[in-house]
Design a protein around this ligand. Sequence first.
Ligand SMILES: NC(=O)c1ccc[n+]([C@@H]2O[C@H](COP(=O)([O-])OP(=O)(O)OC[C@H]3O[C@@H](n4cnc5c(N)ncnc54)[C@H](O)[C@@H]3O)[C@@H](O)[C@H]2O)c1
Ligand SMILES: [Zn+2]
Ligand SMILES: [Zn+2]
Length: 368
Amino acid sequence: MTREAKAVVCRDWNQPIQVETIQVSPPKRNEIMIKLAACGVCHSDLSAATGKIQFPPPLVLGHEGAGKVVAVGEGVTAFKEGDAVISSFISMCGKCRQCVRGRPVLCENAAKALITLPDGTVRTHDSQGNALNVFGACGVMAEYATLHVDNAVKIDQNVPLQNAALVGCAVMTGVGAVFNTARVEPGSRTAIFGVGGVGLNAIQGCHTAGAEMIVAVDTNPEKLEMARQFGATHTVNASEEADAAKAVKKLTGGVDYAFECVGSGAVVAQAYKSLARGGTAVVVGVADPADKTSIGTFSLPADERTIKGSWLGSARPQYDFPRILALYQAGKLKLDELVTRTYSIDDAPQAFLDMEKGINARGVIMFD
Ligand SMILES: NC(=O)c1ccc[n+]([C@@H]2O[C@H](COP(=O)([O-])OP(=O)(O)OC[C@H]3O[C@@H](n4cnc5c(N)ncnc54)[C@H](O)[C@@H]3O)[C@@H](O)[C@H]2O)c1
Ligand SMILES: [Zn+2]
Ligand SMILES: [Zn+2]
């Protein structure tokens, strides 16, 4: 049946987000409807709300959600009512060349599921009956959401859903950049530029991977404090340094892996500059499409450096989400400590303001 749901909607890139009551249609073939328990507030939601990420409004925000299945469409065999699931903003068809070669974040069919479900239509309408786009085929900052099965991962029922939700983006992105994209070896020297929700997870990924040095770089001293709790061995306050890359080099002699978790070409250049010979800079932050970066070209061959991107931590969601939750259950990853503050959906505008102010490791919207 169609459900009424409160949802966080971006109506216009120049206006604050708003909480509306929307209609969520029941699942069609190969779709499931979930009742959300929790949804994290990611910087990418803020970027979509301001147009830095150009998903056309009206758009239901949210791509870091977890909840329980309340209805399954025709043909669904992998999910049943009551299953716990995490949303995946990567739609993995499982059949294209990239999916088959083990790179589902690069799925050739994912482009069809950026602001709609993979068939190009949506299950979300406003009170006037107008269609609402959905962030990353998810739109899970809402009490209910109908997702394609390619955008959902079944998980262990015993994990608290407010922690599980964060695996849908921040944890997978940060930890995955370390485990999957960079493949950090024990004893490595590392630096993380930008230690918000994503960067803190890159830090704990480096810690779990056995990095020798983990330098946290941020302009916000409170974030540097949090970074220490997640395993940073050193901190650099970028607002006090004329050259943050130089400060990292001074501490480490140059790092083997640098992770950019801000979304700025200027910071990408700093991450690259902080590398030791043979080092790799991993770009995680999502910059404005017009943004550019500048690196010394000669250093690429002469120092055998690498610069590479990481999308959702190069995840294979069906494999990696449960793997990350198992590491959490084994006490090897901190998820409880990531949730600084929870909000009701009515307080979502405050959660976005707090994200802009940089108050939380992660703010999480909780549903009844
Ligand atoms: N690649 C992916 O798949 C993926 C997934 C999720 C988010 N992201 C992107 O990652 C970035 C971080 O997301 P988040 O949710 O962690 O955001 P956040 O707002 O929680 O954290 C960003 C951090 O960067 C710091 N910062 C800002 N300017 C800085 C500078 N010049 N030097 C050092 N630190 C600086 C801020 O103080 C803050 O702590 C965003 O661009 C987001 O869109 C990418
Ligand atoms: Zn995100
Ligand atoms: Zn595919």
